[in-house]
Design a protein around this ligand. Sequence first.
Ligand SMILES: Cc1cc2nc3c(=O)[nH]c(=O)nc-3n(C[C@H](O)[C@H](O)[C@H](O)COP(=O)(O)O)c2cc1C
Length: 222
Amino acid sequence: MKPRVLFVYYTFTKQALRVTEDMESVFRDRGWDITRAQIELTDARYKDRFKQFPLQHRYLDIIRLLPAQLRRATGEIRIPRQAEVGDYDLVCIGSPTWWLTTCMPIRSYLKSGAAAQLLEGREVAAFVVCRRYWKNNLKTVKRLAEANGATSIGETHFSYLGGQVRSLLSLISYLGTGEYRDRYLGVKIPPTNLQPDGDDAARAFAVRLADHVEIVSTSRGG
Ligand SMILES: Cc1cc2nc3c(=O)[nH]c(=O)nc-3n(C[C@H](O)[C@H](O)[C@H](O)COP(=O)(O)O)c2cc1C
């Protein structure tokens, strides 16, 4: 039997997808069976704003999420069948940071009955993608997964170039244009999105996870 890994993630600008693809390449080379489940934000209050990239009203669209994120609110999502049932050896959860914490779609998934059913007794690994703020997000994903009866076997995060101000200006510029620009509001800005060495780091993380699961399975005689 091939070992099985599920990637469950939400992605808007495709950074969590990029990490997923890099990690998948490692599992694929090692002969694992790979399943993907992308969570969709279907909540009527937000879905139209987030159905297209770049954002039409970047400041407004981001700020509109602030109250819900501060309340740690959940919202309506669509959960693919693959993230409801399945006998996986490992579940990798990809969570972008929104307003300093776990984005609503991933929080909603982790608090759903589907996640409670799927994650019970499973090994999970979490990765956060963000501009800068990963700690709270990662801690939340781990806590919610463990509350569903999962065991966390690894965690990591990926963040952007630039200091506090320039990385923020660069992200805002990108969210509104979908392009990498040199300047925003007259300030020189670094490229946004995951750092160039993120791909290697994602693959190295996947190697550690695959090693762990394979070694444990061999020692159990599986
Ligand atoms: C609504 C919104 C709020 C965000 N808030 C934060 C934040 O508080 N801290 C941070 O480091 N990044 C923040 N970001 C940046 C995202 O975490 C980052 O762009 C992430 O890589 C997006 O992943 P995705 O492309 O897979 O959706 C925010 C992005 C959006 C769209």
